[in-house]
Design a protein around this ligand. Structure first.
Ligand SMILES: Nc1ncnc2c1ncn2[C@@H]1O[C@H](COP(=O)(O)OP(=O)(O)OP(=O)(O)O)[C@@H](O)[C@H]1O
Length: 319
């Protein structure tokens, strides 16, 4: 009997693992391990296999939140680094695929059920057109997905690292705050968990008030409880999310729709519809009609990245 393959979706904070019958999508023994609890990828894989009592898999496909084209892979938002060749040798994998985490998110999207998509505003997907996959979590991932002759083809990008472009005086003040801390300011500096916290701290400094909250979850909790600074920070976060995802949709020509993934937005479903997200997404000058017609969904499927990694395991288009 074929041994189950090891599947993984590994972000800056969480490593999600599962086993699957090669060629199928029957994810089982799904576990989420905090990356910070393990010194290396190999330690986390061993801990996972021990916990679920699995035989050593011979095939694996793991998705990582960082560039993956070289043999040496270094995570952008945690300390893990490894050689693909050495990991394959260490575990005896006959097939070891390493892909970008947003390639996995993109490949997962066609497998998501309709009731795991929450529409934000109107729009209609143009058939056969490119889709944009966009998602803030520990970092900010972006990928394209376009139709090939037989399968969807993912386009991995490092779009989270494009430059932040303020659209009003308040955002120019925010940019100055972020520049003082980081030098160059990419959109990921703002559109991720740490970015939300930094936005809150920036709002506190600009209002000459003391920042009281120390985690992104505390900021969203305080915004819900009516704290004005936290509320302003969260609303600005969602407005900038609209600006940047609209820019990315223009860049890719994503008339097939925008899919918002990652760990943060499913927690903000009560805020997104009333925020300036959709206005900012469409506010593209002469291209307003183009962006206004693009549908946007939040993907609430918890294991979208794992499904995409299953798809990539034997997909020859995905290297
Ligand atoms: N309630 C909340 N409100 C806002 N942010 C939150 C909340 N809870 C957790 N976060 C933030 O979400 C981020 C984790 O997102 P996610 O679950 O997508 O992790 P990840 O897959 O490891 O990240 P990535 O793939 O982007 O590296 C962390 O920055 C965390 O602080």
């Amino acid at each position: 009997m074929t041994r189950p393959a090891l599947i993984g979706d590994i972000g800056g904070t969480n490593a999600r693992f599962a086993l699957v019958t090669p060629g199928a999508f029957d994810l089982h023994d799904i576990r989420t391990l905090p990356c910070a609890h393990y010194p290396s990828l190999s330690d986390a894989i061993r801990a996972y296999l021990k916990e679920v009592g699995a035989e050593m898999p011979t095939e694996a496909c793991l998705a990582f939140a960082c560039p993956v084209h070289d043999d040496e892979v270094r995570m952008t938002n945690n300390a893990w680094r490894f050689s693909k060749r050495q990991v394959a040798e260490e575990f005896g994998f006959t097939l070891f695929k390493v892909i970008n985490d947003f390639t996995a998110q993109a490949l997962g999207v066609p497998h998501v059920a309709d009731d795991e998509l929450v529409a934000l505003g109107d729009g209609e997907a143009a058939p056969g057109c490119t889709r944009l996959i966009f998602g803030p979590g520990t970092g900010l991932g972006m990928a394209g997905l376009f139709p090939g002759q037989h399968d969807w083809i993912p386009l991995p990008t490092e779009g989270g690292h494009i430059s932040f472009a303020p659209t009003d005086q308040h955002e120019r003040d925010l940019l100055a705050y972020f520049q003082a801390r980081y030098g160059r300011v990419s959109v990921e500096r703002i559109l991720c968990g740490q970015g939300l916290l930094d936005l809150y701290r920036a709002h506190a400094q600009l209002a000459k008030q003391v920042a009281r909250y120390n985690t992104p979850a505390e900021v969203t909790g305080a915004a819900r409880a009516g704290d004005p600074l936290a509320r302003n920070a969260l609303e600005r976060f969602l407005k900038i999310l609209g600006d940047v995802s609209g820019d990315a949709a223009l860049m890719l020509g994503a008339r097939g729709g925008v899919y918002l993934c990652g760990g943060i937005l499913p927690r903000l479903l009560d805020w997104l519809p009333h925020s300036h997200f959709r206005d900012a997404f469409a506010d593209k000058g002469r291209m307003h009609a183009y962006t206004a017609h693009i549908p946007v969904w939040v993907v609430t499927a918890p294991w979208n990245g794992l499904l995409g990694a299953c798809e990539a395991l034997h997909n020859e288009e995905v290297t």
